[in-house]
Design a protein around this ligand. Sequence first.
Ligand SMILES: NC(=O)c1ccc[n+]([C@@H]2O[C@H](COP(=O)([O-])OP(=O)(O)OC[C@H]3O[C@@H](n4cnc5c(N)ncnc54)[C@H](OP(=O)(O)O)[C@@H]3O)[C@@H](O)[C@H]2O)c1
Length: 332
Amino acid sequence: MSATKNLAIVGATGAVGIELLKVLERRAFAVGRLRLLASPRSTGKTLEFRNEFVSVEPLRSDSFKGIDIALFSAGAGISSEFAPLAVKAGVVVVDNSSAFRMDPTVPLVVPEINGDDVRGHSGIIANPNCTTAITLMALYPLHRAFGVRRIIAASYQAVSGSGARAIDELRRQIAATAADQDPIPEVYPHQIVSNVIPRIDSVLDNGYTREEMKLQNEGQRILHHPDFRASVTCVRVPVFRSHSVAVSAEFERSVDLEVARAALISFPGLDLKDDPAADIYPMPIQTGGTDRCAVGRLRRDVAFENGLSFWVSGDQLLKGAALNAVQIAELL
Ligand SMILES: NC(=O)c1ccc[n+]([C@@H]2O[C@H](COP(=O)([O-])OP(=O)(O)OC[C@H]3O[C@@H](n4cnc5c(N)ncnc54)[C@H](OP(=O)(O)O)[C@@H]3O)[C@@H](O)[C@H]2O)c1
């Protein structure tokens, strides 16, 4: 097989798609032909890749001829319809949407945690939910050390997690507020500037939102831990980029803070920033735009037996989406 791969990016013009191009370029992925696909609205646009301008084409059922790997990030509907067509054309799909994440025949992969699961794919590999991936980057090394039973968590999720239109919305609302005008919500049900919105995704019968249940459901698959439990409150905050999560975790074995620190420091892709008295802790303003997640505010939990609380931040467009997808493509 050739050393270069012919790649298609479905959703190339979106918030994740643009990052995919940058990550491929930054990591010197051996791209042969590159096909950029989006909706018909983007016909005529070009995007820059390695100092060349590549035309964006409308996605069609025959878009995958001659392609080796397709990176999908155009929503679950598009993935459900077009990923099986791509697989039929001999393409391996890495999917950023939620369409296949709970399909037992589709590996759900964070390379640092369960990269070996990629081997079991039959054409499609799913990228996890962004909040799940970032939380597990800190939880997994602790799980290896002490055996996690359950967590209680609250997320602080950036607007770029809702795509390019939401980034524009926060920008517009900041400008409106500065000009003493009313911030008009379009993407979110309420203004996001100077506010936090404690609902992300649709509300389920059990009162949790779909986004909140992903941490338990996807976490069980990625950790190979069917008994893992997660009670999560997902909150949208007026931050442009990088999600943060406050986590209290209960473990099977007693927690030693020094062992926890050592486990976190040695985990790839993760930095320990933990000196709160000196104001050193992870913040989205630092993790935004970087590949590495950061964990801090480490403390023995006063409510859980064998408990540890921590705060983790990570760029959800990168580790939560584009970077993780390219890392999976590298494993292929
Ligand atoms: N944003 C994140 O942090 C994040 C993290 C993890 C996973 N994801 C997932 O990644 C996917 C994309 O998210 P995003 O934030 O990048 O959204 P976005 O900024 O809204 O971009 C959506 C992309 O999908 C394309 N698209 C829309 N309708 C299409 C159609 N009918 N045919 C072909 N392409 C179409 C858009 O093309 P046009 O520009 O032509 O409309 C655009 O390229 C979603 O499934 C999301 O759940 C996002």
